[in-house]
Design a protein around this ligand. Structure first.
Ligand code: CUA
Length: 315
């Protein structure tokens, strides 16, 4: 946009939708603001007291007026509600096929882990034209991932995985902010999202894959922590089989069920007794304090990679 920088650049598929709603709200506010201010001035002049003895007319209700100014705002706010909800749901539900990147917020930096193993700090490389899903968590306090050009902003919360998705529409460098006060250097918790053409992105990915994929790091950790002594693929172990687990519905002791998503796997590593799979004993020790958030992501990614049968994956 030309002129004074009142508005951030628009560089994601979501940006025009957010802006359209924003401008609609702005338009409605300006319209009613001017209407009310104008009527105040008009009525003040038109109906001002002309002689000291003048009395106002006695008016007892006007049904059509009352209905009008009840129904009109109701309709208008319903339009805003439905419109806002549709944009919200579109933001909250990533498409089936996404490029997944893990994000860990920490006082005071953003750490990114690509599935192929690349790690970045305060810089995130993504391809243009592809839906990207960020699976975010925090190592300490609540941070907030905010890229104005993409119109995305979400709290990054310790102990939870929050998904954020976007699809960039044009290459460029876009500012990334932390938008939640998180300590003395909160204002320094900034970075850049670098959107590249898919071919350039592939080249970039190929340039830094020295450390091996996230899942392979997780596999190594799985061995190092001796998880594999209980979680065995042959159903003879003391812990549940992890092959094919991700995304499935797990029946717990007591009959409740849970979807084996990132959050459940994370919880099962840190607080194994919290939700035990039906048919197993709560004998697993906690790994709280033994694994970092990044290592947890590696383990989660390893368990995700253990798909028994080829199937549609969300990655
Ligand atoms: Cu992190 Cu503010």
């Amino acid at each position: 946009m030309q002129g004074p920088p009142l508005f951030p650049e628009s560089a994601s598929t979501m940006a025009p939708r957010v802006d359209a709603l924003y401008f609609f709200l702005l338009g409605v506010s300006v319209f009613f603001g001017l209407l009310i201010a104008g009527l105040i001035v008009y009525f003040a002049i038109r109906y001002h007291r002309r002689t000291p003895e003048q009395l106002g007319a006695r008016i007892h209700g006007a049904m059509s007026l009352e209905i009008g100014w009840t129904v009109a705002p109701l309709m208008l706010t319903l339009v805003i509600f439905v419109w806002g909800a549709s944009v919200y749901f579109a933001m909250a539900h990533p498409p089936e096929e996404t490029l997944n990147i893990y994000v860990v917020g920490k006082q005071w930096m953003w750490k990114f882990q690509h599935l192929d193993g690349q790690r970045e700090i305060n810089e995130l490389h993504v391809p243009v034209g592809r839906a990207v899903k960020l699976i975010t968590t925090s190592e300490d306090v609540i941070h907030d991932f905010f890229v104005p050009a993409f119109r995305i902003k979400a709290d990054v919360i310790p102990g939870r995985y929050v998904n954020i998705w976007f699809q960039v529409t044009k290459p460029g460098r876009y500012r990334l902010f932390c938008a939640e006060y998180c300590g003395t250097r909160h204002s320094g918790m900034i970075g850049e999202v670098i959107a590249m053409e898919p071919s350039e992105y592939q080249a970039w990915l190929g340039g830094g894959a020295a450390e091996g994929s996230l899942a392979s790091a997780g596999a190594k950790l799985f061995q190092d922590l001796a998880c594999n002594t209980c979680h065995r693929p042959d159903a003879q172990g003391r812990g549940p089989v992890l092959e094919g687990l991700f995304g499935k519905t797990v029946t717990l002791q007591g009959g409740a069920t849970v979807t084996a998503d990132e959050a459940y796997i994370r919880e099962s590593i840190l607080q194994p007794a919290a939700r035990v799979t039906s048919g197993f004993q709560p004998i697993m020790p906690t790994f709280q304090g033994l694994v970092t958030e990044e290592q947890l992501l590696e383990l989660v990614e390893y368990i995700k990679s253990l798909q028994a049968l080829p199937q549609v994956q969300t990655r």
